[in-house]
Design a protein around this ligand. Structure first.
Ligand SMILES: O=C(O)c1ccccc1NCC(=O)[C@H](O)[C@H](O)COP(=O)(O)O
Length: 210
C-alpha cells in the first residue's frame, strides 16, 4: 500500500489528527526561511507525544551537517529530508539509513544526477522546481519525469509537489510511487492543517474503492 507523508506540521493537534487519520510519516520544516519553520525544541515537544510506529522527518536546506545530526537526535527525528544542494559526501556523513534526498528536477536531462545518490540515501523524494521556494509550493510537475526516475532507480521513490485530493489518485496510478508527500494541499494556511482535507487525502490514497 502507498504510504502517506504529511509535511509542514507545526503543532501537536495537527500531528495527532494526521496520525489518527492514518498518516505513516510526519514532516517538520527545520529551514528558517520557511513560513512553516518549527524549532527543534517545538519538534521535540511534538515527537515525544507521538507513537513510535510513525516515522518523523526533519526537512533541512543546506544546513550545517553536524547540526543536522544534533537536531535529529535532540528532536526525536528518524530521517533528514535534504531539500537543498547537499552532496553525496554530505549524505554519507548523515548516514544512508537516515537520508531522504530531494530532487527538484527542471527536465528529464537532470535524471542522471540522481543515480549516484542511490547508495547514500534511503529514498528519493521528487518535488517541484521553483525559483522562489525550496518546497511547499503547491505546484505539481510533469509526472512523466517521475515515471522515468522510478524506472531508473532501485530505492523507494516518494512523490510530492502540488498533490491534493483531486489529483493524488491519478498521480499514484501514473507514477506508482512508494509514498506520496503533501503539504499545502491539506492546509488551511501555511503551517496550519485542514483536518478534513488531511483525513480525505489519506483516505483517497489508502482506499482503492473510494
Ligand atoms: O514547505 C516548505 O515551506 C518547505 C520549505 C523549504 C523546503 C521544503 C519545504 N517543504 C517540503 C515538503 O516536504 C513539502 O511537502 C513538499 O515540498 C510538497 O509541498 P506541496 O507542493 O505544498 O504539497
Amino acid at each position: 500500500m502507498v504510504r502517506v507523508k504529511i509535511c509542514g506540521i507545526t503543532n501537536l493537534e495537527d500531528a495527532l489528527q494526521a496520525v489518527e487519520s492514518g498518516a505513516d510519516v510526519l514532516g517538520f520544516i527545520m529551514f528558517k526561511g520557511s513560513k512553516r519553520y518549527i524549532s527543534p525544541k517545538e519538534v521535540r515537544n511534538i515527537t515525544k507525544n507521538l507513537p513510535p510506529f510513525i516515522a518523523k522527518v526533519g526537512v533541512f536546506v543546506n544546513e550545517d551537517r553536524a547540526s543536522v545530526l544534533e537536531i535529529l537526535s535532540y528532536a526525536g527525528l528518524d530521517f533528514a529530508q535534504l531539500h537543498g544542494d547537499e552532496t553525496v559526501n554530505y549524505c554519507k556523513y548523515i548516514g544512508k539509513e537516515r537520508v531522504i534526498k530531494v530532487f527538484r528536477l527542471k527536465s528529464e536531462n537532470e535524471i542522471a544526477k540522481i543515480k549516484e545518490f542511490e547508495t547514500v540515501s534511503k529514498a528519493i523524494l521528487l518535488d517541484t522546481y521553483s525559483e522562489k521556494s525550496y518546497g511547499g509550493t503547491g505546484k505539481s510537475f510533469d509526472w512523466k519525469i517521475a515515471v522515468k526516475v522510478k524506472e531508473s532507480i532501485s530505492i523507494p521513490l516518494i512523490l510530492s509537489g502540488g498533490l491534493n485530493l483531486n489529483n493524488v489518485k491519478e498521480a499514484i496510478k501514473t507514477v506508482e510511487p512508494f509514498a506520496v508527500d503533501v503539504c499545502s494541499g491539506v492546509e488551511e494556511e501555511p503551517g496550519r492543517k485542514n483536518h478534513n482535507l488531511v483525513r480525505d487525502f489519506i483516505r483517497a490514497v489508502k482506499c482503492n474503492s473510494c
